[in-house]
Design a protein around this ligand. Sequence first.
Ligand code: NDP
Length: 277
Amino acid sequence: MSKVWLVTGASSGFGRAIVEAAVAAGDLVVAAARRTAPLDDLVAAHPGRVTALPLDVTDLDAIEAAVQEVVERHGRIDVLVNNAGRGHVGAVEETTDRELRDLMELHVFGPAALTRAVLPHMRARKSGAIVQMSSMGGRFAFAGVGAYCATKFALEGLSEGLAAEVAPLGIKVLIVEPGAFRTGFAGPGALNQSAALPAYEETVGPVRASLADSDGQQPGDPAKAAAAIRTALDAENTPLRLLLGSDAADAVSAQLDGSRAEFEAWEELTRSTDFDA
Ligand code: NDP
């Protein structure tokens, strides 16, 4: 039986690739985007099977109505993909309160509201899947991406708790953690950059330059990512976290080793703070 997907940020990159993979597999997709014009070709190529839905995921008032529209049109939502997002580079001190809050709205509050809106429908049918597009930056941070990673860490914490709550209700949660993929992410105008302070030229400066220079050179293929997400969702034991890309595999493997080494180096002090028996 074909599935019904709701994909946010579907006008570009991963979102579009996920829509293409779903429709190629015979599923029905509601492709949500702020600008729906880039979806016109897909809608025309698959009449009735791909529908474009205007949705800014930071417009919390619009989310309930958008979900209702999908349910009315197709009778259900089998897979929600919280994909909409954008990059941000800036030292923590450089990042304004407004920039941090906007990023939280996009990567945490929007996905949380969409999750709340689809869950009653999924619970009623005792099935469904929620895919959260995080990042390898949902596992670790480095200079210049503290704010971006903070939002992805927040999304992952929310999703890990959610997964434990909804698994007994028949609903899967899949956190996807891509490395660098060739999408519109680092393209012209896409990456938000905080105003630079000279103090961070040495630490954040190279990150600003390399992220912008990576556009079109990233190793990851979004079509292969979409196929991998499908494989993970179709598996009986869908993982909670799915890393994508050999760069993500190398970086997270090193991070896990470093994390264990630090834990062991300080374990005695960690264990020394309980009350004396
Ligand atoms: P793209 O820039 O290609 O796509 C981002 C999509 O998000 C666009 O369709 C954009 O639409 C949409 N979007 C942005 N803001 C909003 C909003 N407020 N409401 C609705 N849609 C919005 O980048 P990616 O495909 O790479 O990004 C998708 C996700 O993947 C993001 O969550 C990102 O953090 C994550 N990611 C990407 C990585 C990469 O290397 N590419 C690595 C790790 C994670 P619009 O045209 O309206 O701006």
